[in-house]
Design a protein around this ligand. Sequence first.
Ligand code: SF4
Ligand code: SF4
Length: 134
Amino acid sequence: MKNTYVLHFDTTNYDKPIVYRLIRDYDLVFNILKAVILPKQESYLVMEIDGDVRQLELGLHYLQNQGVQVDPVTKNVHRNEERCTHCGACTAICPTGALAIERPSMFVRFDPDKCSACGLCVTACPPRAMEVSF
Ligand code: SF4
Ligand code: SF4
């Protein structure tokens, strides 16, 4: 099972060696898609985490016990469906294919599970339909 999460760190745990234990103790594989680590400030990582469902559950529980707030990326990225005109501008810039044109309808599909929360679509979208917030 593979999902993308946003890990929020606070000033007490941002510099602790926490995430490597997902590999060592929980047999999970992760891929860091985005990292904003600011000394003595709140920081976050966007990570794909892959592994056995039960191990994933245990690994996320471990992170939370370390004071890391774990959110599915879908909580931080949203498309305002009323604003989206399906113009397709975002599909050229989205690096993960989370925004893609469906054929033959030519509607632009947004798949949050593929999103890395990079934020590139926010400025690329003429009517500002894409919202990324942390
Ligand atoms: S650029 Fe904005 S309006 Fe155009 S398809 Fe993408 S989300 Fe919709
Ligand atoms: S934030 Fe926007 S551009 Fe970046 S991966 Fe997600 S949908 Fe694509």
